[in-house]
Write a protein that binds this ligand. Sequence first.
Ligand code: PLP
Length: 421
Amino acid sequence: MAAGLQSFALQAGRAMARGTGSTLIDEDGNTYIDFIAGIAVGSIGHCHPHYVESLKRQVERLTFGSFSTEVRARFLELLGSITPEGLGRIQLFSGGAEAVEAALRLAKAATKKREVLGFWGGFHGKTGGVLGLLGSDFKHQLGPFLPGQYLSPYADCYRCPLKLRYPDCGIACAEYVRDVIKFQTGGDIAAIIVEPMQGTAGNVIPPEGFLRAIQSVARDHGALLICDEMITGFGRTGLMWGAEHDGVVPDVVTMGKGMGGGFPISGVASTDALTSAKPWSNPSASSSSYGGNPLAAAAGLASLEIILGENLVKNSARVGAAMLARLETMKERFRTVGEVRGRGLMLGIELVRDRVTKQPVAKDVTQDLYQECLRRGLVSMTYSPTIRINPPLVISEETALEGLGLLEESLAAVLPRHGLD
Ligand SMILES: Cc1ncc(COP(=O)(O)O)c(C=O)c1O
């Protein structure tokens, strides 16, 4: 295996043998509560019986090719019944970046414009067509990027990029987008792409009204609003789509991760009118080798049946609220816990040296914390000072609170070792 594997796997130094629900079991027989879920991939948990059965059945019938299949038709019908209003036309892919790139091509085809605007802190994958839209130092040494890609500050209120305070700021960052378009672009914006809540940046929850304001900027400039719901989709935030929290129906939605319950499947959903734009709609133009193949469709169908059948969106809202309340008590107990936040099962914690300067704790603290959590039976992204918690949507309140108990014990053990409290 080449270097560069995801940090949580690299630093864990453990080989996983099995999984069931929201529990992982390693090759030595140790069990872990899973607060990572493959970074918000495992919506339905590990090895759900209906998922296992559906994939077994499909693998015996037909596995590849893009001919019409019954399983794909059933999947699309069910998916189309839950996509935001009017966005019932869907193309399927295998990975997130691939879907985002397809959405950008769609925006260019539909608007006949060429430029795209994203946000600081944004993450949309690692392929050449999206690298320029990443709003972090992840892209350092990976340039030059595609021309015509611009970034504007996101509503990260804990560390406001404009050094303002909500609500007095009047969500100034959303208005700032107009200035970026005016002063930096060629006035040819095809799309604004935004995560309704930023995942990779640390499960950042923007204030109410931010997304609506961005939508209005997009409309004023004749640009499409693409909501990248790769992490926020399929109930992660306590509603089916992250954009729903702000009452926004975007022009295009990109989706993946939790969509396939672990199987690599992603998609772009938009309207009949937009998806018929050429060249996007030409034969072979918007598709790919694996997109929506029978096995992927079976995985997507089974996942969605479980999400709907077991009311996992409601579970996400309910258990997430209980977890957030528990996190608040940790903020009261530890001064190092500078902020806790969350919507549904998308939760974040800021570990800081100082609550006023908000300087993040050093790496050696978080690496120690990650190992301590593992020893106590919890896998959670605690190796970073901005901790992201995204358990499977099937997690019970009891297990979720047990996991937070392990996190609290780990903080209590680790912080004093580093002179923190
Ligand atoms: C919002 C968002 N979009 C796109 C991607 C890229 O997905 P993939 O890793 O499947 O290419 C990610 C991955 O974390 C993501 O969080």
